[in-house]
Design a protein around this ligand. Structure first.
Ligand code: SER
Length: 339
């Protein structure tokens, strides 16, 4: 008998680190994880098997399917926005072809099992592209899902297209076939910039917020690569894991969309600096603007409208800005580097 599992790609990354704990706490979930890297030791005990391998390796995926019955997929593996600009072809392969391969796998499994396999997909604020900061970003503060979908990064294009592919596989796949196959159950959230107390991101463009905090806690100077006035939404990592799980648990009939914005708080880089300085008064934080990365962040909205997520599946961030800093970020980051 094949064992029933939840399959998590990109499991060794930041979101994986938080999600695996949450899924384990949720109870009754056997987790099969995959990443190019080994799994961090502290989350190993929560996982049945970790596969070190490449998402684009079809033979490896086929082996996984022969061994396990996949009940749900959390597809976290991706190259983030700054990294993707350096290697756009590779970004496209990983972010789009990797996702397409997994969607196919989930579609096949849905047919074999005669029930929809759930496919949970973290998308991003990077799907938005707002032209010229003063006219659009200033005027349209809380952007809704269908507005400004003109990304200026490869990563944003990849995420937007994969949302569409997911919706296609969830509703219209093989629409001309004599018998309609069972569709997979695709659900996505668009995350703002994420900040974890336990991990530091690599290759993103919202990374200045977590980098500032982690540098301050270690007594290292930090030069922020965007202007003080730059505003985008952020979310503490426990809320990100919670959003994925809450969306996965929502009854399908209550969902009116396949892609939902989620938000927690919106801060300027200067406001983040103030909060970091309040906790670490010795911190040396300066601003050395990288105009190219600045332009990317300027194309992202100042905040997101998440009213659909609130209405359809009861989304509400548990960590608003004060709780994020005072209860989650500052104490955990301080402890992390104290020893
Ligand atoms: N944090 C991501 C990045 O900066 C945005 O979703 O690429």
């Amino acid at each position: 008998m094949r064992k029933k599992v939840i399959f998590i790609t990109g499991a060794s990354g930041e979101v994986g680190h938080a999600l695996i704990r949450h899924l384990a706490e949720d109870g009754g979930n056997e987790l099969l994880t995959m990443d190019l890297r080994p799994l961090p030791e502290d989350i190993h005990p929560f996982v049945l098997e970790h596969v070190v391998g490449n998402l684009l390796d079809h033979i490896l995926l086929a082996r996984i399917v022969t061994q396990y019955e996949i009940d749900a997929i959390y597809h976290l593996a991706a190259l983030l926005s700054t990294s993707s600009e350096f290697t756009p072809d590779i970004a496209h392969q990983v972010n789009v072809e990797g996702t397409l391969g997994l969607l196919r796998l989930a579609a096949e499994q849905s047919q074999w099992r005669n029930r929809p396999i759930q496919f949970i997909f973290p998308s991003s604020i990077a799907v938005y592209g707002m032209p010229q900061i003063a006219q659009s970003k200033g005027l349209y503060q809380r952007v809704r899902e269908w507005e400004w979908n003109q990304p200026r990064t490869m990563y944003g294009c990849n995420k937007l297209y994969c949302e569409m592919l997911g919706n296609y596989f969830g509703h219209h796949y093989r629409q001309l076939a004599v018998e309609r196959p069972v569709m997979l159950d695709f659900r996505a959230v668009r995350f703002p910039g994420l900040i974890s107390a336990f991990t530091v991101p690599t290759g993103g463009t919202s990374d200045y917020a977590p980098e500032m905090l982690h540098a301050a806690a270690q007594g290292k100077p930090y030069a922020c690569f965007v202007r003080e006035s730059t505003r985008i939404p952020f979310m503490a990592m426990p809320d990100a894991a919670h959003a994925l799980l809450q969306l996965a648990h929502a009854p399908q009939e209550s969902l009116t969309k396949s892609v939902y914005n989620v938000r927690a708080f919106s801060l300027t880089a200067g406001e983040i600096r103030e909060r970091v300085l309040a906790a670490f008064p010795q911190a040396r934080i300066t601003f050395e603007v990288d105009e190219k990365r600045q332009a990317i962040v300027d194309s992202w909205p100042a905040d997101l409208d998440d009213s659909s997520a609130q209405q359809d599946w009861g989304w509400q961030a548990r960590y608003e800005v004060n709780r994020s800093f005072e209860e989650y970020l500052i104490p955990n980051i301080s402890r992390r580097y104290a020893g």
